[in-house]
Write a protein that binds this ligand. Sequence first.
Ligand SMILES: NC(=O)c1ccc[n+]([C@@H]2O[C@H](COP(=O)([O-])OP(=O)(O)OC[C@H]3O[C@@H](n4cnc5c(N)ncnc54)[C@H](OP(=O)(O)O)[C@@H]3O)[C@@H](O)[C@H]2O)c1
Length: 271
Amino acid sequence: MKITFIGGGNMAQAIIGGLKAGGFDAAGIGVVEPVPEQRARLASQFGVKACATPVEAAPLGDVVVMAVKPQQMHDAAASVVPHLGRDTLVLSIAAGIRIGDLARWLGGHALIARCMPNTPALIGAGMTAACATPAVSAAQRANVDRVLGAMGKSIWVDSEALLDPVTAISGSGPAYVFYFIEALEAAARELGLAPADARLLALETFLGAAKLASGSPDDPATLRTKVTSKGGTTEAALASMEASGVKAAISRATQAANARSIELGDLLGKD
Ligand SMILES: NC(=O)c1ccc[n+]([C@@H]2O[C@H](COP(=O)([O-])OP(=O)(O)OC[C@H]3O[C@@H](n4cnc5c(N)ncnc54)[C@H](OP(=O)(O)O)[C@@H]3O)[C@@H](O)[C@H]2O)c1
């Protein structure tokens, strides 16, 4: 498989790093990146061919990964159109850009997959959901799996409309987790703990609990019940959270994110 990245920024570098760590040959990777310093870095750090324009990178190969900012996507798509092979799969990692809009900007190209990664992808611990047009073959989906695997875990969803909820859960989710960690840390300080200890206690609790839940056959509700003894401290805290409507607030927050994701998709596809 030959892959060409359009845009050689943070995400492209994370994917290239992950691919190389998984044994992918750098000779099979090209990058189109307008910034000379970035090109030099891509070449020296990863040994990939980095070009300023798609014409220099052509032929673009089996998979073209569109890794530019959403606002740059229309121009970037227009620049690759003359160089797309009939069997080239275009994979977009841009938040909010719908397949129909990208297909239009690509002059009607039908082989498109779209995914929504999240920030932990930058350290190989991402969670990505992807969808593809019906024209995309099983072998091409396997190629997409290989690219997404370089960022962490990934799933396929059947309908593109589900990428809005995905954005609301795992896309924006790391920020919710940072918010919870922040709140727990602040609470620890209010209870008299030293700042460094408060940070460590909050962070490690999230990390440890997430690892425990991820490796356990029990679902999170069962794990919670197991650590909640009758009349104990955890029960007191959870009862207070229930009374404050924390679960309902999380549900409302994700609904707000979902609605905003739909709005942004409409806006980004306007031109
Ligand atoms: N970072 C995340 O955690 C995350 C999570 C989910 C989704 N995403 C998506 O990933 C995409 C890339 O994000 P990023 O953080 O990697 O962005 P980035 O660091 O800004 O990288 C994009 C690169 O593409 C270059 N570029 C701009 N126009 C181009 C063109 N026409 N042809 C080729 N290259 C072009 C940019 O150059 P200039 O600097 O000159 O503009 C920049 O170097 C975004 O669409 C974002 O929505 C990111």
